[in-house]
Design a protein around this ligand. Structure first.
Ligand SMILES: Nc1nc(=O)c2c([nH]1)NC[C@@H]1CN(c3ccc(C(=O)N[C@@H](CCC(=O)O)C(=O)O)cc3)C=[N+]21
Length: 293
């Protein structure tokens, strides 16, 4: 079997076109959504992601505000940037690019984000609402990558009800929160959260109808681990240097041969990554619509 492709790039383009219309409607009401970013240091990956987010904003008509701080910024410097974005009426939502440099307490920083401006859904209030099921509608922001995975499957008409989903990776932004979404009654999947320390990871993966690979370990999901016909989403990213060109190359968690076994795969790049960016924009537009009443 050769897997069909869950084309995140094309789907993100469709979503951006929809968001462009919603932004135009907000502007007619006198509201311009504005995304702020806080970037600390000069990690090339983080710089590239943040640059991409600002380009995405320009494409759909969202204004953007940058807080770029040097690598040696103090905790107080980062917290001051958060304070400025909380106060700035032009900023309707913002993100703090993670990871923050060593020495900065990321949880303390996330706590200071105004929950109404939390475009990543990572403030404890918003993650708490997700756990507490305060609302299963989108009335508070959801973490972008989990939302991206569900939206990508939904746009291909793939129904998760009753499916066994194996999530590989226990990070806050993906693994831990996606199980909460998958097991919502509206989705009704069964989720297993595994990680690189799981005793028989291969057995868990092989038992799953759907695999969400978000461990950040290049090529770790091999064809032998995947049940024929399974759906495989490749979320993890590792940056490796290409030995021939010396340039950075992105590698996902899913080995190439999985395409010969699975029924659907999301490529990486071109899968969940572009969808994550689109969901960030969706979170910003959702919040601006809520703020506009
Ligand atoms: N506060 C915060 N929020 C995040 O959402 C967040 C973060 N920190 N830190 C890092 C991770 C990673 N992440 C990606 C977003 C887009 C692509 C993406 O668009 N990738 C392209 C390739 C991009 C390239 O070529 O460099 C693709 O998959 O096709 C990848 C990864 C968001 N993250």
């Amino acid at each position: 079997m050769t897997a069909q492709i869950l084309d995140g790039k094309a789907t993100a383009a469709t979503i951006k076109a929809e968001l462009t219309d919603r932004v135009a409607a907000l502007k007619d009401k006198g509201v311009t959504p504005g995304l702020g970013t806080v970037l600390v240091g000069d990690d090339p990956g983080s710089k590239a992601y943040v640059g991409g987010k600002h380009r995405d904003c320009a494409e759909v008509g969202i204004s953007s505000i940058r807080e770029d701080l040097p690598a040696d910024a103090s905790q107080a410097d980062v917290e001051a940037a958060i304070g400025r974005l909380n106060e700035d009426p032009a900023c309707t939502g913002y993100i703090v690019q993670l990871p923050l440099p060593k020495g900065i307490d990321a949880n303390a920083v996330l706590e200071l984000i105004d929950p109404d401006k939390d475009a990543d859904g990572l403030h404890p209030t918003n993650l708490g609402r997700l756990v507490l099921r305060v609302s299963e509608d989108i009335t508070s922001p959801l973490p972008c990558t989990p939302r991206a995975v569900l939206e990508l499957l939904d746009r291909y008409g793939i129904d998760l009800a009753g499916k066994d989903v194996c999530v590989v990776g226990r990070g806050t932004t993906v693994g831990r929160s996606i199980g909460l979404l998958l097991t919502r009654r509206a989705i009704n999947a069964t989720a297993t959260l595994t990680h690189t320390g799981t005793r028989d990871l291969a057995a868990h993966v092989r038992g799953a109808d759907v695999v969400v690979a978000a461990a950040g370990s290049a090529g770790m999901i091999t064809p032998e681990m995947v049940r024929p016909g399974a759906i495989v989403l490749d979320v993890g990213v590792s940056r490796e240097e290409d030995p021939e060109t010396g340039k950075a190359k992105l590698r996902g968690d899913v080995a190439d041969g999985v395409r010969d076994v699975a029924s659907w795969v999301s490529p990486n790049p071109g899968g969940v990554g572009p969808m994550t960016r689109a969901m960030l924009l969706a979170n910003v537009v959702d919040a601006a619509e809520r703020q506009a009443g």
